[in-house]
Write a protein that binds this ligand. Structure first.
Ligand code: SF4
Ligand code: SF4
Length: 156
């Protein structure tokens, strides 16, 4: 029996992957230093579809939002007139072919509180405390429901 023909990149991106990298934006951000920086990060993470990650190159903010040029069949409607950012993206080392080398990912305010507490970050401690206080005031089950929706376990 012969080998099955190697799949072309277009089929991998549109069929197997479902165009994951066309469904969010990523912005490099400076590492948080001041209390205001941590508070701003809390604000980002209070919004559904946001995530903060860190890897060896630094910190990034990710926001889930599909590109307006993405076609229903997961192809790019403006190819080859798309952006350089898209053109330069390395399909041999992406979130589908990965692995992504994030040191960690924060997907909610509670993730952020857990991170601050585990690291013992004194300047950011009031932000973690405010997150915990706010979570206690929420109706029972609301926070747990959001965490479950994202397929995460609640950080301790
Ligand atoms: S480059 Fe990677 S993440 Fe983007 S569509 Fe192709 S396989 Fe998916
Ligand atoms: S311009 Fe095209 S390749 Fe770039 S993100 Fe949008 S759909 Fe994807």
């Amino acid at each position: 029996m012969g080998r099955p023909p190697k799949k072309d990149q277009f089929s991998i991106c549109t069929q197997d992957c479902g165009a994951r990298c066309c469904r969010y934006i990523t912005v490099e951000i400076p590492g948080p230093r001041s209390r205001d920086d941590w508070d701003e990060m809390r604000w980002w993470l209070a919004h559904e579809g946001s995530m903060v990650s860190k890897d060896e190159d630094g910190w990034c903010l990710h926001v889930q939002t599909p590109c307006s040029h993405l076609r229903p069949d997961n192809a790019c409607a403006i190819y080859p007139h798309h952006m350089r950012t898209c053109n330069d993206y390395d399909a041999s080392n992406c979130e589908f072919t990965g692995p992504l080398d994030h040191e960690f990912e924060l997907r909610s305010e509670l993730d952020l509180a857990g991170y601050i507490e585990r690291r013992g970050l004194k300047r950011a401690a009031p932000i973690a405390q405010a997150i915990r206080r706010a979570a206690r005031r929420k109706p029972q089950g609301q926070t747990a429901g959001l965490v479950a929706l994202r397929g995460l376990s609640a950080p301790g």
